[in-house]
Design a protein around this ligand. Structure first.
Ligand code: NAD
Ligand code: DAU
Length: 357
């Protein structure tokens, strides 16, 4: 690969979406500096293909470590920072909200403060071209009823879970750093992602792995809650598009116009598995088990991504059913990855979240 044209610092780059972004930016020829704390969901195996790549540098550390951030900025002089680092699972935020405040709120604020101090010393041209992109979620907008219009960039924030409250707080600080200090920030708010390498606490990989283990497929409440699904590669392409074309201070919603009820998603996975890995004792859907609902469970998310499509020309490439099949196939093909993430921590999470439901 030719010498890198740009350097991007990717926080949370060993996680599900961050690793996809890192791999795609390396393929595009950029030098990538990855900062990751390697929490339970961070996984260096996600970056295994970059092991001997001198243009992909991994640093084990915390976005809340101001000294480390200052050293990294000084050493690598990034053209952009993309902040994926976060505690990302709603159910964990219900059981332990403080971890979400520490990383998502305080960590992001420390990162912003360190970046600002470094950015203020850059020359004028580099100050103008630098970008800080904060990766956020549609959950900051709260919940929708059937028939409500989809979330747009002007929908008021109304977070309902400790996770979404912490992400909303971080979005507000990012916005404030632009308005107050002129830091060239961008915010993206994306809907539910799916695809390879997602940690199996989230609905789609959890259901795939439970089905393969002939365990119950836990559906919260009635299974009628709706999410708007987007393939992780489409999300990463949207982030790159925003980074390239958006005006500092702007926000973009990202979504796939693929609303499905949870029951439709779970049945879809069962259907693919029935075909790819038939179950001798009947269809996989017979394993579906309705369990106690998530407290404060948002009913419906839907994203209006028309601003991104209109202004910057992004459109998703994956169609949901095709992407779901590719995702199921990936979990079938990557037994070693699956085995390694199903560690003691993962088993204790299943015990904490599901045993008494
Ligand atoms: P993930 O849990 O798979 O990855 C998070 C990564 O951040 C992990 O590698 C973890 O080790 C790292 N990390 C956590 N705390 C850190 C800290 N203090 N310092 C440095 N690294 C730290 O999550 P994901 O699904 O890849 O989500 C990435 C980002 O995208 C998050 O900000 C999340 O809010 C956002 N997002 C996710 C989705 C989704 O559907 N998964 C949708 C929209 C937005
Ligand atoms: O909308 C974007 C958000 O999507 C991201 O910001 C979050 O980081 C990401 O985790 C995701 O949040 P959700 O809570 O929507 O994802 P999760 O996969 O946990 O759940 C999807 C739906 O499935 C939700 O309605 C709850 C339901 N569910 C989930 C699990 C884990 C079940 O019915 N059973 C389960 O066991």
């Amino acid at each position: 690969m030719a010498t890198a044209s740009r350097t991007v610092l990717v926080t949370g780059g060993a996680g599900f979406i961050g690793s996809c972004y890192v791999l795609s930016r390396r393929a595009a020829g950029e030098r990538v500096i990855i900062l990751d704390k390697l929490t339970y969901s961070g996984n260096l195996e996600n970056l295994a293909s970059l092991q001997n790549d001198p243009e992909a540098v991994f640093v084990h550390g915390d976005i809340g470590d101001a000294d480390l951030i200052a050293r990294l900025l000084q050493s690598y002089q990034p053209d952009a920072i993309v902040n994926f680092a976060a505690e990302s699972h709603v159910d964990r935020s219900i059981l332990d909200p403080d971890a979400f405040i520490r990383t998502n709120v305080l960590g992001t604020c420390t990162l912003l403060r360190s970046v600002l101090a470094w950015w203020q010393k850059l020359d004028e041209i580099r100050q103008q071209t630098f970008r800080f992109l904060h990766v956020s979620t549609d959950e900051v907008y709260g919940t929708l009823h059937l028939g409500d219009p989809a979330f747009s960039e002007t929908t008021a924030y109304a977070p309902n879970s400790p996770y979404s409250a912490s992400k909303a707080a971080s979005d507000h600080f990012v916005r404030a750093y632009h308005e107050t200090y002129g830091l060239p920030t961008l915010i993206t708010n994306c809907s539910n992602n799916y695809g390879p390498r997602q940690f199996p606490e989230k609905l789609i990989p959890l259901v795939i792995l439970n089905a393969l283990a002939r365990k119950p497929l836990p559906v919260y409440g009635t299974g009628e809650n709706i999410r708007d699904w987007l393939h992780v590669e489409d999300h990463c392409e949207a982030i790159a598009t925003v980074l390239k074309g958006a005006v500092p201070g702007s926000c973009y919603n990202i979504g796939g116009r693929s609303e499905r009820t949870n029951l439709e998603v779970v049945r879809g996975i069962c259907h693919v598995l029935d075909e790819l890995r038939p179950y001798s004792e009947g269809p996989y859907a017979s394993l579906i088990s309705f369990v106690t609902d998530r407290p404060g469970h948002d009913f419906r998310y839907a994203i209006d991504a028309s601003k991104l499509e209109r202004e910057l020309g992004w459109t998703p490439k994956w169609q949901f059913e095709e992407g779901l099949r590719q995702t199921v196939q990936w979990y079938l093909d990557n037994a070693a990855w699956v085995e390694h993430v199903q560690s003691g921590e993962y088993r204790s999470w299943l015990e904490r979240n599901y045993a008494r439901r």
